[in-house]
Design a protein around this ligand. Structure first.
Ligand code: GLA
Length: 364
C-alpha cells in the first residue's frame, strides 16, 4: 500500500470540562466537520507537508524530527504525530482541514488523529484506538508543548454516530451513550465567540498544576477518590483558590455521571440544568470563562435554551446551548445583538450532531 487517506472529526464536549487530566469521566461527541489527510510513501527520509488551507510547503528531514526542532506552526501537529509513532520512512502528507480553527472544537486533535490512523494503516501497525489516542496526545504534549488531557484524541478516534462517548480518562474504557437530539426536536447550538486565547502557556497549565498540587496536599492520588462531602471535611487545609478548583473537579465529575443517567431516561430538561450548573462552576470555581462566553450563555438561557455552557479549555472559544429547534434562529439573533451592544467581535454559529470518529477513507 503506497497511499492512504484517513479522516478524523473535531468534537464538542457535552459535559465534563477540565476533567480529563483530573482523572475523571467526560462525555464528548464527534462533530460532522472533519480533517482529511492523504499520506503517501516516499523513497527517501523527507517529510513533505502541504495543506488545502495553506500556501506554504513544509519539508523536514527525519534527522530534524525532534521536539526541540519544532517549527511552531501547523506542521507541528503532523510532525509530532509522525515522531510519536516513531516513523522514519519519508512521506508526503496533504491535509484538508474542515474543522473550524480556534473555535475550541479540537481542530488540532482532528489533525493528529487523522495522521495517526493513516500512519497506522500505511505501516500496518494495527494499534488499538486507545494506543493511537495516547500517541496523538503525546504528540501534542511533548512535541507541540500543550499539556492537554486525553479527551479530544479519544473522542476523535472512538466516537460513533448518534452517540456521545463516556470516557474513563484513566483506563480509556468507553461507553457509547445514545444521543438523538433530532428525535427530541433539539439542537446543540455552538456559539463561537471568535475570541482565541492561546492555551499553551497560560491558564490551562496553571489549572492543571494547581489541581495536582492540591491532591498531593490532600494525600490523594486522584479526584475520583473524592466527593463533595469529603472535600468539605478535609479541604480546609487548602487555600481558597485550590479549594474552588477541586470543588469544580469533584462536582463536575458528579455532573457527568448524572448526565448519563438523565440521558438514559431521556430527560433533556434535567440535562440542560446540569449544563448550566457546569458553566457556573467553570466560571466561578475554575475561573476559565470570559465575558464573551458568559454573555453567550446568559442570552441563550434567557431566550429558551434548556441549558448552556462554555466548552473546551475556555478563556474564549465556544459555548454550547441545548436548544429547541424552533428557538435557534432567535437565539442567534439575540446573541449577535448582545455582542454588538457590548462591542464584542461578531460570533459564529454551528450546529452539531453526534458523528462518526476517525476512519480510513481509502487505501491506495
Ligand atoms: C482542551 C484540552 C482537553 C481538555 C479540555 C478541557 O480542549 O485539549 O484535553 O482538558 O481543554 O476540558
Amino acid at each position: 500500500m503506497e497511499t492512504v487517506t484517513a479522516s478524523a472529526p473535531g468534537r464538542v464536549n457535552l459535559i465534563g470540562e477540565h476533567i480529563d487530566y483530573n482523572d475523571g469521566w467526560v462525555l464528548p461527541f464527534a462533530i460532522g466537520e472533519r480533517t482529511t489527510v492523504r499520506i503517501s510513501l516516499r523513497d527517501d527520509t523527507k517529510f513533505r507537508f502541504t495543506s488545502a488551507q495553506k500556501k506554504d510547503v513544509i519539508e523536514i528531514d527525519h534527522s530534524n524530527l525532534a521536539p526541540s526542532k519544532r517549527r511552531s506552526d501547523w506542521s507541528d501537529y503532523i510532525a509530532g504525530t509522525i515522531w510519536a509513532l516513531e516513523v522514519d520512512q519519508g512521506l508526503n502528507v496533504h491535509i484538508d482541514g474542515q474543522v473550524p480553527l480556534g473555535a475550541g472544537l479540537s481542530s488540532s486533535a482532528a489533525l493528529e488523529c487523522a495522521v495517526a490512523l493513516g500512519l497506522d494503516r500505511i505501516f500496518s501497525m494495527a494499534k488499538p484506538r486507545t494506543d493511537l489516542a495516547r500517541l496523538a496526545q503525546r504528540a501534542e504534549n511533548e512535541y507541540v508543548g500543550m499539556p492537554c488531557g486525553i479527551m479530544d484524541q479519544s473522542v476523535s478516534l472512538m466516537a460513533t454516530s448518534g452517540h456521545a462517548l463516556l470516557i474513563d480518562c484513566v483506563t480509556l474504557e468507553t461507553r457509547q451513550i445514545p444521543l438523538d437530539l433530532t428525535r427530541e426536536g433539539l439542537e446543540l447550538l455552538i456559539i463561537d465567540t471568535n475570541i482565541h486565547h492561546a492555551l499553551v502557556d497560560g491558564g490551562y497549565r496553571e489549572r492543571r498544576e494547581r489541581c495536582a498540587a492540591a491532591l498531593r496536599q490532600l494525600g490523594m492520588r486522584s479526584m475520583r477518590e473524592l466527593d463533595e462531602a469529603q472535600l468539605e471535611l478535609f479541604g480546609n487545609s487548602l487555600d481558597g483558590i485550590s479549594y474552588r478548583r477541586v470543588r469544580h473537579a469533584v462536582t463536575e465529575i458528579a455532573r457527568v455521571h448524572q448526565s448519563v443517567t438523565l440521558l438514559e431516561k431521556g430527560d433533556f430538561v434535567g440535562l440542560g440544568k446540569l449544563l448550566s450548573e457546569s458553566h457556573l462552576s467553570l466560571k466561578n470555581d475554575y475561573e476559565v470563562s470570559c465575558p464573551e462566553l458568559d454573555l453567550a450563555v446568559e442570552v441563550s438561557e434567557s431566550m429558551g435554551a434548556l441549558g448552556a455552557r462554555m466548552v473546551g479549555g475556555g478563556f474564549g472559544g465556544s459555548a454550547i446551548a441545548l436548544t429547541p429547534e424552533e428557538k435557534i434562529d432567535q437565539i442567534k439573533m439575540e446573541v449577535v445583538q448582545a455582542y454588538a451592544q457590548s462591542n464584542f467581535p461578531k460570533p459564529r454559529f454551528f450546529t452539531a450532531l453526534p458523528s462518526e470518529g476517525a476512519r480510513i477513507e481509502s487505501d491506495g
